[in-house]
Design a protein around this ligand. Structure first.
Ligand code: THU
Length: 129
């Protein structure tokens, strides 16, 4: 099963009664383990969380801190692009060169390196004098 298949599978579990827009994300770490997440919305709208955030939280909770590859999918006319906040969250754990695969349910895909998805990212190095 590809990472994209994992993202599609977890997307089915998304809790998106407000937007109706289900998103799935799956990431692989250098150890080969896969962590998946879906968006979880809330009646108090700003409290909802994105699919990518769920996958990252599962990875960190399992004791891992590096993303080797990540895929995101939703039912959209074009491949689903991680929101700005999720780009920052991915960049926290994804070294330059890591591929972010965006996809829709029709099979369109777009794969970009994290540094092309979030150029000039704010990172820990900028807080070091
Ligand atoms: N969403 C994600 O899960 N990931 C993204 O990168 C884009 C947006 C979710 C948030 C919300 O539940 C729904 O998609 C509509 O914005």
């Amino acid at each position: 099963m590809s990472l994209l298949d994992d993202a599609k599978a977890v997307r089915e579990n998304a809790h998106a009664p407000y937007s109706g827009f289900k998103v799935g994300a799956a990431l692989r770490t250098p150890s080969g383990k896969v962590f998946a997440g879906c968006n979880v919305e809330n009646a108090a709208y700003p409290e909802g969380t994105c699919a990518e955030a769920g996958a990252i939280a599962a990875m960190v909770a399992a004791g891992e801190t590096e993303i080797a590859e990540i895929a995101v999918v939703g039912d959209a006319p074009a491949p689903v692009s991680p929101c700005g906040g999720c780009r920052q969250k991915i960049a926290e754990f994804a070294p330059p060169g890591v591929r972010v695969t965006m996809a829709n349910m029709q099979g369109d895909t777009l794969s970009l390196a994290i540094e092309d998805l979030l150029p000039h990212a704010f990172a820990k190095a900028q807080m070091e004098g």
